[in-house]
Design a protein around this ligand. Structure first.
Ligand code: ADP
Ligand code: MG
Length: 896
């Protein structure tokens, strides 16, 4: 074997190993392309081709210097090729070569283009029973930035996932195993995007392996914390992308650190935690009563209730759809009579979506089909009611009904009506289902059957006349079949033709040949009739099953009318207002209320203003029980309601549409689930920081509370900085760390508001009114003042408190780098260690005790009181204890 054979042979063997289009193999100081690859590369990149002789054959060969490979590879990848690179390394006996990376359009780092370069994996999992569509998982990585986004589309079709995919303009797409043979998917993708399609190893999409891969990359708990732990399709896609990036060996995997799970684009992302925190469908205690859904639900049908729940759980982002719903609600609000008439009509209907499923699965009986008919006819009743009311006819409500095939529905209703009797039996094998005139053969059979029955029915009269017997009847039972029964006293009068079959206490049973014959007829006819009706019924049911999409359409249209009417009822009854929807990120609520709390409380309305840039982050302070949590939740709920198309509890509202609502409400004890509260808190915070965008709404309530003060305040501090300078989401942040209010001074978009409380005669009155600025920080000192602590001590404590705040300040990091515009802000790390020199050698100027002459003159007892006072966390101390403390201090001071 010559050396030439070796090289080309090795090249061809390596080429066999990879499914890349082109192989570049290092040979000393050059990367060489051989055979077909050489021709192709030479063609594409205008390289010179030479000939390599090997074993009597000649092979085309092209090469580039080792240091010049990158631009050549870039050029090839940009043309859509996948290029494998085999490097040469020294071994004990010479050298060896192996493929070290495969550069593909989606994993190409050295791109000259500044826009995102997306590598996407799309996975389809079968939707399973009862769902209209399939489940799609989509994972999109930009290896140039490390951005990694994952979503799952449930009950979707291929066009929905493609729409979603297109918004990323992917450079490369990895179809999952189920999509590789989907010609529609591949053809559409090919047609509408420039993406290269790569077939990544099937096993990388396998659920277990993918999950493992994702965990490995992002940490064991991330799937839980971003809320996609159960989204197998999304995880499969995510795992495949990660393993693909890893396999291509471009060394960018480490950059992918942030797993961002997002809701499909038309929906507001609402993770499970947020749904729970906002008590959308059940309260924290797990009751459905008291939830947002049960509060606003006035639907009169099961399907309507289901849809309303879905609307609340999947709010929309698209303004057009929301305005459509709003307009319909508005029209219904002004047409109370028509609305109530429509709701009464709807209430007579049955659950068509469910009935459709029963028909398709073959379990629907005649009563079900009758219910289908009875509900289908409501469509035109409702449509007529809408058409007759001008305001409704001109509203989008009319469109809800007009999109349905009303003629088809009417025809099916008529067919069912013509087929089935008014009140059919619950079994489909015992006959009695069909009306006369439905089927000629059946009619004939029924005629015969009924004639035979008639003969039997009239037999007693005939026999009585013939024989003169008065106590004579004809009956039937299982063992004897049909028989003639004659009372004991008259048995001597029975004719000879009567054949005795049984003697009872007071009577005897007989049969006659004619009766036997008729009995056989009747049984035969009966059986045939049952069979025939059953058969006809099955055919009818199949026809209904074939129309399942129609039933679903009608069912959904009626459900939507029910839902819109329900929103209208609630708006009218509770004086809600139609919010204006904008895309500019503002939120302007005048006299807003909490939709659930207002039901049971004399509610004090509050305003809220947020806008991008200079007021998108509100730090909410105020004493315990003042109403911080309520204020923040009502804001989230008003936004959520606005994005379901509902009116909202406010005098007026302008709502900038959000792409997601994220909440973390502290002090939630989840120990029962075996996860520590703090772990849960951090997982949820992690999800928010991973997923929120500048278009999101974030509600953080007492974040950092679940741990020791220093950790807690540090995390809270860092989270505020990160959100306000990097994410720029609209954020409401309630905290009992008053130190955080100073962030408002240093970060221009952060503003303080507080819930006012009034102290009079030592009593705290909650005003429930939200005001600008931080809460009075000397609230605790103020309490001391009210309690009659001597004037000099109160004054002095104010002074000390101020000093404390200025002591050991830390830097607030400004936007992005923090190099520029760095500001000093307060972060009291020493927590009351005011009488010692600061550990980090704080200058004399910032040491209150050393510089303050008055301090030197204070006696130790006063100093002790002051120290205790400054250390006391007013918000964490029950009022009674607070009073006791103050009394104690007074006593101590009196002694000095
Ligand atoms: P915080 O979070 O400040 O401790 P909450 O929001 O939990 O306070 O509210 C405490 C109590 O005050 C709750 O029972 C709540 O129903 C009531 N409340 C809050 N805001 C209002 C308001 N605007 N009007 C009437 N009651 C309110
Ligand atoms: Mg609270």
């Amino acid at each position: 074997m010559t050396e030439a054979t070796g090289i080309v042979g090795e090249f061809l063997a390596l080429k066999d190993e990879t499914d890349a289009d082109i192989l570049a193999m290092q040979c000393g100081d050059f990367y060489e392309f051989f055979a077909d690859d050489a021709e192709l590369v030479a063609d594409e990149l205008d390289l010179k081709v030479s000939q390599k002789s090997s074993h009597g054959s000649k092979y085309p060969m092209a090469g580039v210097p080792v240091d010049d490979l990158t631009p050549y590879v870039s050029a090839l990848v940009e043309r859509g090729y996948r290029v494998a690179v085999a490097d040469q390394h020294e071994t004990a006996d010479g050298h060896a070569r192996e493929i070290t990376r495969v550069v593909t359009p989606g994993t190409h780092l050295a791109t000259g283009d500044a826009s995102a370069q997306h590598l996407a994996a799309v996975v389809r999992h079968d939707g399973g029973r009862g769902s209209e569509g399939d489940t799609y998982g989509l994972a999109v990585a930009d290896v140039t930035t490390g951005r990694f986004q994952v979503t799952q589309l449930d009950d979707a079709d291929v066009s929905a996932v493609l729409t979603e995919l297109y918004t990323f303009s992917p450079a490369e797409v990895l179809p999952g195993p189920e999509l590789r043979n989907d010609d529609e998917f591949l053809a559409t993708l090919d047609e509408r995007s420039d993406a290269a399609v790569s077939l990544h190893a099937t096993e990388s999409f396998a659920p277990g392996r993918a999950r493992h891969r994702v965990r490995e990359q992002f940490g064991a708990e991330t799937l839980e914390s971003v809320g996609i732990a159960d989204d197998d399709a999304a995880i499969a896609a995510a795992g495949a992308v990660l393993s693909y990036v890893e396999e291509t060996g471009v060394g960018t995997l480490a950059a992918v650190t942030r797993l961002q799970a997002y809701g499909a684009r038309d929906h507001v992302a609402l993770d499970a935690t947020t749904q729970r925190n906002l008590e959308l469908t059940e309260t924290m205690q797990g009751d459905s009563a008291g939830s947002l859904f049960s509060t606003v639900d006035h639907t009169v049908t099961a399907a309507g209730g289901r849809l309303l729940k879905r609307w609340l759980q999947r709010p929309r982002r698209e303004r057009g759809e929301l305005v459509r719903r709003q307009s319909a609600v508005a029209a219904l609000t002004r047409e109370a009579m028509a609305r109530e008439a429509i709701r009464e009509t709807l209430a007579d209907g049955y659950d068509l979506e469910r009935l459709a499923a029963r028909a398709t699965s073959g379990s629907a009986d005649a009563r079900d089909l009758r219910a289908v008919r009875d509900t289908l006819v409501l469509l035109s009743e409702v449509a007529d009611a809408v058409a007759e009311t001008e305001r409704l006819a001109d509203s989008p409500l009319a469109d809800v009904l007009s999109t349905v095939d009303r003629e088809g529905a009417a025809a099916l209703a008529a067919e069912l009506d013509a087929a089935l009797v008014e009140d059919p039996p619950g079994t489909v094998t015992q006959g009695g289902l069909f009306r006369r005139g439905y089927d000629d053969d059946l009619d004939e059979l029924i005629d015969e059957h009924e004639a035979a029955l008639e003969w039997l029915e009239t037999l007693p009269d005939r026999e009585k006349q013939k024989t003169g017997i008065t106590h004579l009847s004809v009956d039937r039972n299982k063992t004897d079949g049909y028989y003639i029964q004659v009372g004991k006293s008259e048995t001597d009068q029975v004719p000879d033709a009567y054949e005795e079959i049984k003697t009872l206490k007071n009577s005897k049973r007989y049969t006659i040949p004619e009766l036997d014959e008729r009995e056989r007829d009747v049984l035969r006819l009966e059986e045939r009739r049952h069979d025939m009706e059953h058969e006809l019924f099955e055919r009818l049911r199949e026809r209904v099953a074939d129309r399942a999409p129609l039933l679903q359409d009608v069912g959904r249209a009626l459900a939507e009318v029910d839902c819109l009417a329900s929103l209208s009822v609630h708006a009218v009854e509770n004086d809600w207002t139609r919010p204006e929807l904008t895309d500019d990120g503002t939120l302007d609520i005048e006299a807003g209320r909490h939709p659930v709390v207002e039901q049971t409380t004399e509610f004090v309305p509050n305003d809220l203003q947020m806008r991008p840039d200079d007021r998108d982050f509100l730090v909410v302070t105020g004493p315990n029980m003042s109403g911080k949590s309520t204020y923040m939740r009502q804001t989230a709920l008003i936004t959520l309601l606005a994005q379901t198309g509902s009116f909202v509890p406010a005098r007026s509202a302008t709502v900038g549409l959000v792409d997601g609502i994220y909440t973390r409400v502290g002090a939630l004890d989840e120990l029962a689930q075996g996860r520590s509260t703090f772990m849960v808190e951090m997982q949820e915070l992690s999800n928010i920081l991973h997923s929120a965008t500048e278009d999101s709404l974030i509600i953080l309530d007492e974040v950092g509370r679940g741990t020791a003060t220093f950790d807690g305040i540090s995390i809270a501090w860092a989270a505020v900085e990160y959100i306000s300078t990097r994410i720029h989401a609209k954020t409401l942040f309630a905290t009992h760390y008053h130190e955080l209010t100073s962030l408002g001074e240093s970060l221009s978009n952060v503003q303080n508001v507080h819930v006012a409380a009034d102290e009079r005669d030592g009593d705290v009155t909650f005003m429930r009114t939200v005001r600008e600025g931080p809460t009075n920080r000397s609230y605790g000192v103020h309490v001391a003042d009210l309690a009659g602590v001597p004037e000099p001590v109160v004054d002095r404590s104010r002074e000390v408190l101020d000093r404390l705040r200025d002591d050991k300040a830390i830097e607030v990091r400004g936007a992005d780098s923090g190099e520029e515009g760095t500001t000093q802000a307060v972060f009291d790390l020493s927590s009351g260690q005011f009488d010692g020199a600061s550990a980090d050698g704080g200058s004399d100027e910032t040491d209150p005790v050393a510089t303050d002459g008055a301090a030197d003159q204070l006696d130790p007892a006063t100093e002790d009181v002051l120290e205790e006072l400054s250390e006391l966390d007013v918000n964490e101390t029950p009022p009674v204890e607070l009073m006791a403390k103050v009394q104690e201090w007074q006593a101590e001071l009196d002694e000095t």
